[in-house]
Design a protein around this ligand. Structure first.
Ligand SMILES: Nc1nc2c(ncn2[C@@H]2O[C@H](COP(=O)(O)OP(=O)(O)OP(=O)(O)O)[C@@H](O)[C@H]2O)c(=O)[nH]1
Ligand SMILES: [Mg+2]
Length: 455
């Protein structure tokens, strides 16, 4: 809080009294802060849960990190949930197929009624053979429109999800992939997809049969030359689940399909609000086995960020996720804002928060694989981050540069001197996540030994 201005015409005695009172008040406030932090650490020493807050902008990979943690450290619980993901993965696949069909050039003067409005069509010209093939695929895959509607309703208690683009690329004049991105993460949708309701089981079986019957045409669509040329310059097909689900269509469409960990990690469900997840460590070192973690996963879009604050009070560790590959993208909610710059600003606010002063940060520089792909494709980092100047345009140098900037801000803006843990990673690689366990063990150990400087 900013100190009040001294009253005008203050005497020497009044000034001395005021300063003494201010010092007493400040000491009292520090004492209260210290007590709160000591209580938190005491609770942990007694085996209380470790509370972890996952923060970051939309699509940075927070929920993927949560899923990776669940898979690595609570594999049995993760397995129990895997069937709930099947519906979401199917929905992801069919909405991608429908999206691709919408992108294709017209095959007759009259546009198919269900295709309009979702995206702008390609300007690719078709010869008569390709036209016939596209027509055929459109007709044969038509049932997937209905499947998309029904699966969406199933996962949202009958309320059809509103849709929004996942990301927008700077300089792109076309709308982005409208993904299946509004279904809530957390336990609510999982319960919905497990409890099918009256007639639900039969309907879901029917949906799976339709998907299985469409499998050969989905594969033909994905292998089609026209499709390949239409999507070749579209950002959505380099990132997100898009290509993954189509590449794996043959497996995902089988009637007996059971999701594997990769399928689950690559599925995006936008988190709404703050979701609380309990994770009991099934493996790990002896002292960590059965340790309970409470992980808060937040929705990262700007409109959701106000909902984070009440959780600041209650956590020991913040895992802040930065999508390294977003350097050439803008926010969906503000297309004038570069996503990496938004991450920097969010980081600055988070680091300087006094409520989070006693919290240790783990900085995760995520989506390393996608950064490397973009750089390999010849995209120049300096074109989007001018301060990078003439440094080498390779993924390692870029990620080191970004990491250094984040570390500098943490040092400069933290209200107290505190450690920072950071890691460059790929959250979809479930092996990569082990470092978090190591960091958390170190953070707790330091706290227990009283080595963490709290004030
Ligand atoms: N290739 C790749 N994809 C990733 C990585 N991390 C996350 N993704 C994908 O990025 C998409 C978005 O990830 P989420 O974890 O759902 O994003 P989020 O940060 O939770 O976003 P909101 O909940 O919308 O705020 C998903 O399709 C993930 O599979 C990564 O390191 N590499
Ligand atoms: Mg999320």
């Amino acid at each position: 809080m900013r100190p009040l201005l001294p009253p005008p015409n203050e005497t020497e005695l009044e000034r001395a009294t005021r300063i003494q009172e201010e010092n007493v008040a400040a000491a009292k406030s520090r004492e209260i802060d210290l007590q709160i932090k000591t209580d938190k650490l005491e609770a942990q020493k007694k085996g209380g849960p470790v509370r972890i807050l996952l923060l970051g902008q939309r699509g940075s990979g927070q929920s993927t990190i949560l899923k990776s943690l669940q898979f690595r450290f609570a594999p049995n619980a993760f397995k129990e949930d895997s069937f709930a993901w099947r519906t979401v993965i199917h929905l992801n696949l069919v909405s991608t197929v429908n999206f691709v069909l919408d992108l294709l050039p017209p095959t007759s003067r009259a546009q198919p009624r269900d295709g309009g409005g979702r995206s702008s069509r390609s300007r690719v010209d078709l010869d008569s053979r390709s036209t016939d093939e596209i027509k055929r695929l459109r007709t044969r895959l038509h049932p997937l429109r209905e499947v998309e509607t029904i699966l969406s309703k199933r996962l949202t208690t009958g309320k059809f999800p509103s849709r929004g683009p996942l990301s927008t690329t700077l300089g792109s004049d076309q709308p982005s992939f409208k993904s299946v991105d509004i279904v809530r993460s957390g336990s609510r949708w999982k319960a919905l997809s497990k409890l099918y309701g009256p007639g639900g089981q039969d309907q879901m079986n029917e949906m799976r049969q339709i998907i299985a019957a469409c499998c050969p045409d989905i594969v033909s669509l994905w292998e089609n030359e026209t499709v390949r040329s239409v999507i070749s310059d579209r950002e959505e097909f380099q990132e997100h689940t898009t290509t993954f689900s189509l590449n794996n269509a043959l497996r995902i469409c089988q009637m007996g399909y059971e999701p594997i960990v990769d399928d689950i990690l690559r599925t995006h469900l936008t988190t709404l609000g703050v979701e609380e997840h309990h994770l009991t460590l099934e493996g790990g070192q002896t002292e960590q086995r059965n340790q309970e973690w409470i992980i808060y996963d937040v929705g990262g879009s700007r409109t959701q960020r106000a909902a984070w604050v009440p959780y600041f009070d209650n956590v020991t560790i913040v895992i802040f996720v930065v999508p390294l590959s977003a350097f050439n993208q803008v926010l969906d909610e503000d297309t004038s804002m570069n996503r990496l710059l938004d991450s920097f600003q969010l980081w600055k606010t988070t680091c300087s928060s006094k409520i989070l002063a006693g919290v240790t940060f783990i900085l995760v520089l995520n989506k390393w694989d996608l950064l490397a792909k973009k750089i390999e494709a010849g995209i120049q980092f300096k074109d989007f981050v001018t301060s990078y100047k003439d440094k080498p345009n390779d993924a390692r140098s870029v990620s080191q540069y970004v990491r250094r900037k984040f570390v500098e801000f943490h040092k400069k803006l933290s209200p107290v001197n505190r450690p920072l843990f950071s890691h460059v990673m790929c959250a979809t690689d479930s092996q990569d996540i082990s470092f978090i366990l190591i960091y958390i063990r170190e953070i707790l150990l330091k706290a227990h030994l009283g080595e963490t400087k709290l004030m």
